[in-house]
Write a protein that binds this ligand. Structure first.
Ligand code: SAH
Length: 474
């Protein structure tokens, strides 16, 4: 290890930045966040620093640097391009044994500044020992995505209970066991889902009962897994999936997403195919309730968005009936994902001011849709589950006044590397489906916006592979 990582307390201590440009400003901000009394030595200041000086947040010494100036400071940062100035300041600091950092010049530094993730009081610092700040920043953004903003408040909450846990558990081992159990219980999830007061009450209760009673209450989290590309998963979804005890998932969930689950998590496939429901909806609802009652953190994972043709509402009603705690994480719905990956904006100032999402699925053998309201100028129609009824869709739209030449597209396996986009007119839709043996999942997009596909298509797919077969998202 080239450097000792430490966290320095500089609250109310005199610190100084030599230099007055934007870089000096950015360093001054970090120092001020840590609560020091900051002085800037520079003959010229950038606008930001000037305004901090004007509002008395930073003291300003508007004189050329001389070595005695450092006598009163406990930490120095130099942000300047003036090589001779840097050397003079470094010599003066070293002579006085004051820690010094010279921006972008690790050889002159007695300490270096890490990349920081600030969720105060939780702070993560990353250093590459000055070898590659860019890599450091890259790693920081990865860790950043794993730490929601609310982790700061969470850390604070836990901190507030530290004294209490010391009173309750005498040994460090006992305390560690207690906090391990708390941190892997669903109290964390309750907190991170925004119910902070409720989590606090639950935490207080944990101090009243023996440790083995922990993890009593489960929770169900309804999560949208997006349309296919696993990278379209939200950060919140990823975090919860990584934590889950059980995952109940559908056919349209990309298999790559399931690789994020814990190795010991229970995986339950409840996918259904149209007209041959593998698991009846009531059984799925009951399963969610049962798992949650076992105290598990249950993820109900669905393709796209759970509230868009996803029966999310129905599953929640059952949970409410059984008083199971729940939360919902939206996902990218296939209309949005497929439109985007096919280069078809669903709205456009010149072509469509509205967009309707419609099911093309038959109910009791019929497509009971308000066709007249669908056939409107400057409106995009997106049909989910419309493939097997494409003849009815095409005929009804024409019958209700839509031009047979209205552009239409079918996006098959959208957002995956097997995506295919077929374009034509609404009249030709049935023929397109028949000629190309198009298979589900496919989305039908109708409207003038489809014309933009030729110009805006950007996503390249792997056409060399056989796209037939039953495997959806391999
Ligand atoms: N809740 C999902 C929709 C479920 S209904 C969502 O928000 O996207 C299932 C229908 O969604 C399929 O019949 C198909 O029309 C559409 N669909 C889902 N994923 C798709 C994909 N990757 N490509 C094309 N259509 C898709």
């Amino acid at each position: 290890m080239d450097y000792l990582p430490i966290f320095l307390d500089i609250k109310n201590k005199p610190c100084v930045v030599v230099g007055g440009d934007e870089q000096a400003f950015s360093k001054s901000q970090i120092l001020r966040q840590a609560g020091c009394e900051l002085t800037v030595i520079a003959e010229e200041l950038c606008g930001h620093l000037q305004s901090d000086v004007d509002t008395h947040q930073v003291k300003h010494v508007n004189k050329p640097f001389h070595t005695e100036m450092l006598d009163v400071f406990e930490l120095v940062i130099v942000a300047s391009d003036d090589e001779s100035l840097k050397k003079i300041v470094v010599a003066a600091a070293n002579e006085r044994k004051i820690p010094i950092n010279v921006v972008d010049d690790p050889d002159l530094c007695s300490f270096i500044m890490p990349s920081i993730i600030d969720r105060s009081p939780l702070v993560v610092a990353i250093s590459t020992s000055g070898t590659s700040p860019t890599l450091g920043r890259m790693i920081r953004s990865k860790i950043e995505s794993m730490l929601p903003q609310s982790y700061g408040r969470l850390t604070q909450l836990i901190g507030n209970f530290r004294g209490k846990s010391k009173l309750l558990y005498q040994t460090a081992l006992e305390r560690r066991k207690f906090w391990d159990a708390i941190l892997s219980s669903n109290i964390m999830e309750i907190f991170l889902s925004g119910k902070e007061a409720e989590a606090k009450v639950a935490l207080e209760k944990e101090f009243e009962k023996p440790q083995k009673d922990l993890k009593k209450n489960g929770q169900v989290c309804l999560i949208g897994a997006g349309p296919g590309d696993p990278d379209l998963l939200t950060m919140k979804a990823l975090r919860i999936i990584q934590n889950a005890d059980a995952i109940v998932y559908d056919r349209l969930v990309a298999p790559q997403i399931l690789k994020y689950v814990r190795r010991d998590a229970e995986l339950l496939y409840v996918g259904k195919k149209k007209s041959s429901h593998t698991v009846p909806q009531e059984d799925i609802n009951q399963k969610l309730v049962d798992l949650a009652k076992e105290g598990k953190m249950v993820v109900r994972l669905k393709g796209g968005d759970p509230f868009i043709f996803g029966r999310g509402g129905e599953e929640l009603e059952k949970l409410i009936e059984d008083q199971i705690d729940f939360q919902v994480v939206p996902g990218v719905t296939s209309a949005s994902g497929c439109g985007t990956y096919a280069g078809i904006p669903l709205t456009h100032r010149d072509y469509a001011q509205s967009c309707v999402l419609v099911t093309g699925h038959l109910k009791e053998g019929k497509l009971a849709l308000n066709w007249r309201s669908l056939v409107q100028p400057h409106q995009t129609i997106v049909f989910y589950m419309g493939l097997s009824n494409v003849e009815v869709l095409s005929a009804e739209l024409i019958k209700h006044g839509m031009s047979p030449d209205m552009p239409a597209a079918i996006v098959q396996k959208g957002t995956t590397r097997k995506q295919k986009v077929f374009t034509g007119t609404i009249q030709k839709l049935p023929q397109i489906v028949a000629n190309n043996e198009i298979s589900p999942p496919s989305l039908i997009i109708i409207g003038e916006v489809v014309k933009l596909h030729d110009k805006l298509a950007w996503f390249s797919t792997d056409y060399s592979e056989d796209i037939k077969g039953n495997v959806l998202f391999d």
